[in-house]
Design a protein around this ligand. Structure first.
Ligand code: GDP
Ligand code: MG
Length: 350
């Protein structure tokens, strides 16, 4: 199963495109659109609340395998830039740049726009992403131009991603939770995605950062009961020994995670941010969790320094208030919500 994030600036046509690709499901700050074709399920996730919240953007990216970056003809604005920086800091592997609203521009302008974007994305994670010019306007002269091409491309990418997922099946199961609620007569139900391993019905495992033993009572995918969920599956799970009110977005079902509220991260500071100084308040994202943190110390080559400059690497010592769960290989994103372009760095736990 492959999950696709739909991101972009405001009014870039994200929701129109998502609605065209799937059937509306769970709605919150992110909205799911589901499809089932030839027995294969796909979920398109619209980062509904972006640019208002960075959290919706990071959440959709961290539950997805493919990113569709929507850019409208008039669209080289600050938020398009911010989306490109987010994808780059995440080292996002698979994606397509959808040049939306093709009916409101012309071929010549599209070609010029592509050339410009090629320059902007050179040297980023998006350098070899394909451009597809499309529209979702049924009264256009060329209605739904590019949409079938897009679907074909996504299906081709999905085949590669399924191979990558299969390679992760031998790892211990980890499920990132994005929604939790109580269902009358059924108890606690969580929605999320299997990030690695194979999760099985009746598994006795734990939920983090609660660090509590739980049992997976049953698993559904696309409303169908299944007894095991391999890597990449979007799941609904009934859990025993925990209540929905105790679960937040980003909690992880797994046998073992690190838990911390203080961090020592090896960081790469974005070229497109301002210097970071001790005592400033930043925001970290890891998995689907996010927390404010304070910069305690900045170290370069083991020595304490007064600032971390854009485009450099350093160790950031950060302190927060709440327990966060993560594994060694999880990538942290660091942001400064006071700036226009809010992403500041990425890092890994030392
Ligand atoms: P979002 O803010 O990125 O979710 O964008 P929406 O999907 O809500 O679209 C923003 C506006 O652009 C709406 O008024 C849509 O009707 C319009 N729109 C979206 N896609 C197209 C398109 O392909 N062609 C045209 N002409 N308008 C579009
Ligand atoms: Mg929208």
């Amino acid at each position: 199963m492959v999950n696709v994030a739909i991101i972009g600036t405001e009014k870039s046509g994200r929701t129109s495109l998502a609605a065209n690709l799937g059937k509306k499901g769970t709605v919150s700050d992110i909205t799911m659109y589901n499809t089932a074709k030839e027995g294969k399920n796909m979920v398109f996730v619209d980062a509904q609340s972006y640019p208002k919240t960075l959290k919706s953007l990071v959440t959709v990216l961290n539950i997805s395998d493919i990113a569709l970056l929507c850019i409208p003809p008039e669209g080289l604005d600050a938020h398009t830039g911010e989306c490109i920086i987010a994808l780059d800091l995440l080292g996002f592997k698979h994606g397509i740049i959808a040049l939306t609203k093709s009916d409101s521009t012309n071929m010549h302008a599209v070609d010029e726009f592509k050339a410009k974007l090629k320059v902007i994305t050179a040297g980023t994670a998006l350098h070899d992403w394909e451009f597809i010019s499309l529209n979702t306007n049924k009264s256009a002269k060329n209605p739904f131009e590019g949409v079938d091409d897009l679907k074909t491309r996504i299906n081709e990418m999905a085949k590669k991603i399924e191979v990558e997922h299969a390679e992760l099946n031998s790892l211990p199961a980890r499920i990132f939770i994005d929604h939790a609620f109580d269902v009358k007569g059924k108890g606690c139900v969580v929605l999320g995605v299997v990030k690695q391993g194979i999760s099985k019905e009746k598994d006795k495992t734990k939920i983090f950062p609660l660090d509590r033993e739980i049992e997976i009572k049953s698993i559904q995918s696309h409303d169908v009961d299944i007894d095991s969920a391999p890597t990449g599956t979007r799941v609904g799970m009934r859990l025993k020994n925990v209540q929905a009110k105790d679960i937040e977005r980003g909690f992880i079902i797994s046998d073992k995670e690190n838990i911390t509220s203080d961090y020592v991260l090896e960081c790469t500071i974005s070229k497109f941010t301002k210097k970071i100084e001790p005592e400033s308040v930043l925001h970290i994202f890891v998995g689907l969790q996010s927390e404010p943190v304070r910069v305690e110390k900045i170290l370069v080559d083991g020595k304490e320094v007064k600032e971390a400059k854009p485009g450099t690497t350093c160790v950031l010592e950060l302190s927060g208030n709440k327990k966060v769960a993560y594994s060694k290989e999880d990538r942290f994103l660091i942001s400064n919500l006071d700036l226009t372009q809010r992403f500041a760095a990425y890092g890994f736990s030392k």
